[in-house]
Design a protein around this ligand. Structure first.
Ligand SMILES: Cc1cc2nc3c(=O)[nH]c(=O)nc-3n(C[C@H](O)[C@H](O)[C@H](O)COP(=O)(O)O)c2cc1C
Length: 114
């Protein structure tokens, strides 16, 4: 399986978790590309052109204010607008300090239920 991981990190916790997740998937024989959403080369417009090469998408972000950081939300809003007919599985992993709020389920709205 080919997996696309998109992450946002500020202090590095989420990148650490994303790196471990990538390692674990790779140990199981999967391909895992991990991209920072902050780099221009990984902008929604660019990812739109490659996203269909993947079987699964993983979202990694810290919890800010019991939800998704504004920068990640903006990114996902743009990406889902560009590729609203995508039919692949997805998952979200978040990092927190103390209170996760709704945690990883906050990004559920970006995935269609199947
Ligand atoms: C602006 C801001 C808001 C945060 N809000 C929460 C929160 O609501 N609940 C919580 O448990 N942690 C909160 N945190 C802590 C981060 O989620 C936590 O430290 C996370 O692991 C940071 O990830 P990063 O190192 O990838 O940036 C907040 C951090 C910041 C900077």
């Amino acid at each position: 399986m080919k997996i696309l991981g998109l992450y946002f990190t500020c202090t590095g916790n989420t990148k650490y978790v994303a790196d471990i997740t990538k390692e674990q998937f790779e140990l199981l024989g999967h391909e895992f590309d991990l991209f920072s959403i902050e780099l221009e080369k990984n902008s929604p417009t660019k990812i739109k052109n490659i996203i269909r090469n993947y079987d699964m998408i993983g979202l990694f972000h810290p919890i800010y204010g019991s939800g998704i950081p504004k920068i990640f939300k903006k990114y996902l809003d743009e990406l889902t607008k560009l590729v609203d007919d995508l039919n692949i599985d997805g998952f979200t992993i978040t990092t927190v300090a103390l209170f996760s709020g709704d945690g990883a389920i906050v990004s559920k709205k970006y995935f269609d239920e199947t």
